[in-house]
Design a binder for this molecule. Structure first.
Ligand SMILES: *Cc1c(COP(=O)(O)O)cnc(C)c1O
Length: 332
């Protein structure tokens, strides 16, 4: 049995997006996984409940993980570590010379040790670098546990297998059946967990993912591998074809963590419309994609759509804020 530490505020609410729904002629709902906590907010905490469960069962007192400079996952790991009295060591892609803000600020506040590495080192050597840190911590008498990027491995994805059960329970309570569940894809674990949970429950919803980096093909392969890995924990294999993994490509824009003005304007429009703030790196691009694809007719077969807000608010940086033209209206 896989151990789980309970840290997240669950279940997260499902709310209807009334005005967006009537504009698009659909019933669009949002699941507030941005409200799983404050320091520990977002989707990563659901995965960390399982990863850290394993770390604790192995008596580890240090967590090592990696990510971009504004990684939500790295910040969530630092927060959980502090909460549980563990050490955290983050390997971040960047030089650390820019402004200390957002997630990086919180990482420091939460006491994480940080090693900055180049994009090339990150791409080709991050596992090695994390292993070196693990060895040196062990020489100091610690026992360290390595969590991969985004906690997107079999054990981390169990967090979203469970989320599917949570959603099915909420469908009954609310008297709704979702025909489409939509999520952002960054490292694939959230999508894979939901897909697996949906499949083993024989639920008829279609799980759609909007990738915010890489390609459809890349993530179809990642998800297929994750589904196999998840089954090693649950004992239940599922057999599906690659083209059953519904990744909608076309919305990475300028690339990971880079924003186009139209994306930022969309996030602004959405915030004013529904009172909910999306993040520029993940959910803003995915919701922008969803609205565009609904307009283009890709969701014509679906009436009840659930979008998972996976968090990421601390990811806003100066550049992205700068793309937002806020008019200030002075009232005399
Ligand atoms: C990491 C992240 C995602 C993507 O989840 P994956 O499981 O990595 O695909 C989506 N939204 C936010 C805010 C994230 O931090």
């Amino acid at each position: 049995m896989v151990k789980r530490v309970r840290i997240a505020n669950l279940p997260t609410k499902i709310e209807k997006l009334d005005r967006l729904s009537s504009e698009l002629g659909k019933n669009i709902y949002i699941k507030r996984d941005d409200q799983t906590g404050v320091e520990v907010s977002g989707n990563k905490i659901r995965k960390l409940e399982f990863s850290i469960g394993e770390a604790l069962s192995k008596d580890c007192d240090y967590l090592i993980t990696c990510g971009g400079i504004q990684s939500n996952h790295a910040r969530a790991t630092a927060a959980v570590a502090a909460k549980l009295g563990l050490g955290s060591y983050l390997v971040l892609k960047g030089d650390g010379e820019g402004e200390i803000e957002g997630n990086l600020f919180l990482d420091k506040m939460l006491g994480a040790k940080i090693k900055f590495i180049t994009a090339e080192e990150y791409k080709n050597h991050r596992e090695e670098i994390m292993n070196e840190i693990k060895n040196s911590l062990e020489k100091e008498g610690h026992k360290a546990y390595i969590i991969p990027e985004g906690a997107s491995n079999g054990i981390g994805s169990l967090g979203y297998v469970n989320t599917m059960d949570e959603i099915l329970g909420q469908e009954e309570e609310l008297g709704i059946e979702f025909d489409a569940i939509v999520v952002t894809v960054g490292s694939g674990g959230t999508y894979a967990g939901l897909y697996y949970g949906n499949h083993v429950n024989d639920n008829s919803a279609i799980i759609y993912g909007f990738n915010i980096c890489d390609t459809k093909e890349y993530f179809q392969n990642i998800v297929i591998n994750l589904l196999v890995e998840i089954a090693t924990y649950t004992g239940k294999k599922i057999i599906i074809q690659k083209d059953e993994i519904n990744i909608i490509d076309g919305y990475p824009g300028l690339g990971y963590a880079l924003s186009r003005p139209e994306e930022i304007e969309f996030i602004h429009y959405f915030a004013k419309l529904e009172g909910i703030i999306l993040d520029p790196v993940y959910t803003g691009k995915a919701m922008y994609g969803l609205v565009n694809e609904i307009k283009k007719g890709r969701f014509d077969k679906h009436q009840n759509i659930l979008f998972i807000h996976t968090g990421g608010l601390f990811g806003w940086n100066r550049e992205q804020r700068g793309l937002l033209k806020l008019e200030i209206i002075l009232v005399k």
